[in-house]
Design a protein around this ligand. Sequence first.
Ligand code: PSU
Ligand code: MN
Length: 306
Amino acid sequence: MTDFPLTFSAEVAEARRAGTPVVALESTIITHGMPYPQNLEVAQQVEADVRACGATPATIAVINGTLHIGLDADQLSALAQAKNVAKLSRADMAVCIAAGRTGATTVAATMIAAHLAGISVFATGGIGGVHKGAENSFDISADLMELSQTPITVVAAGAKAILDVAKTLEVLETQGVPVIAVGQDSFPAFWSATSPLRAPLRLDDPAQIALAHRTRAAMGLPGGQLVANPIPAEDEIPAVDLAPIIVQAQRDADAHGISGKAVTPYLLQRIFELTGGRSLTANIALVRNNARLAARIAAALETAVD
Ligand code: PSU
Ligand code: MN
């Protein structure tokens, strides 16, 4: 019972009826994070990875004013090619729906939608965070505040090195968000498996992560968990290779006066150009790796509930 347009794909509706695991997937990574046609291939591949690990994928987006929980093949293909799609965070989603427009969901908006749909686990690439120079620009992603208030376990490959990762971890701590590294102590840095920073928490087993999710709910603590899953070693770009490229991309963003919502897509596109496409190859590998772990966590959550 909703008083706004919300619809489920056939396979997500069936999974909800059957009580089988579902993994939410965001759509900003498709519309603003990768070029066509790779974005569509990756979106399809990530959905296939979730299915291969025993869960149902629910890619989330607003299409012509309806919040979609799961997209069919034609909708996914159309979204991947659509122009001028809005980038939706907590602030924008209701306006987009009310105005009958189309928008892709960021981590924050996907968490809100997943929660509305009764989905607990969400896989993405990297979360938004505190940008370099935030002490002047105040550019801090709404993703961080969303993690503190919406009970979703988000699987990401840490935070992108385009961010101020140390400040991002500080804000997450202030907001009471558990940041849990998987299989290592270091907090992963998106394209690179490790960073000089230690993750505050570590759990190596999907069942433990699922239990921590349920324990948080049982204690009445609002908010979710950030699961920081390192990119597989064979796919990473070493941090030393990336460091000068990130400096260059940030310098270009500043020189062009890029601000607000445009910052993250601009930096990703610039790094794609400066790495000759290598950043995209790594991005694809880490998103797929996150989808597989998320499916296992979702399966462990369902097992624990029954
Ligand atoms: N990771 C990617 N590509 C992306 C994003 C993350 O590899 O496009 C998106 C996510 O949707 C994330 C958003 O929520 O960037 C953060 O944007 P901002 O910094 O404007 O909050
Ligand atoms: Mn921002």
